[in-house]
Design a protein around this ligand. Structure first.
Ligand code: DQA
Length: 142
């Protein structure tokens, strides 16, 4: 089983950006944690990060190479119709993850566009959210 994990803009700056919201751990820490988790679960993961909307769209179009998708579109979650449309095309289990709780922050973060094209969303559980999303995909595709 191979699961694609996509992270959007500024997530590569974890550890440097708003530690009070996102924690002190770096993007490298997140990737290492997910690699360890995938080894434990005996699954393959591919982690892709980009700040460029079109690159994220193009990556989603490769969905046929994967059994599931975990995506944190970051700020694009709140306004990208292009990523929303791409997610509608990707007919595999797909979960949107947010490290922070987007419902108790700025009002504009409550506007969730891409979330309307996924199976479910996890928000506010920190890095653990990615693991829970992987667990869901493992359980639904088993
Ligand atoms: C985020 C929440 C978004 O509102 C924000 O723009 C991000 C990160 C999160 O993981 O909590 O960049 O997606």
């Amino acid at each position: 089983m191979k699961i694609l994990i996509i992270n959007g803009p500024n997530l590569n700056m974890l550890g440097e950006r708003e530690a009070n919201i996102y924690g002190k751990n770096t993007y490298g820490d997140l990737c290492a944690r997910l690699n360890d988790f995938s080894n434990e679960k005996n699954i393959e993961i591919e982690i892709f990060q980009s700040a460029i909307e079109g690159e994220i769209v193009n990556k989603i179009h490769q969905y046929r190479n994967y059994d599931g998708l975990v995506i944190n579109p970051a700020a694009y979650s709140h306004y990208s119709i292009a990523i929303y449309d791409a997610l509608l095309i990707a007919k595999i289990p797909k979960i949107e993850v947010h490290i922070s709780n987007v419902h108790n922050r700025d009002d504009f973060r409550k506007n969730l566009i891409t979330a309307q094209a996924v199976d479910g969303i996890i928000s506010g559980l920190g890095f653990k959210g990615y693991e829970l999303a992987l667990e869901y995909i493992i359980a639904t595709t088993a």
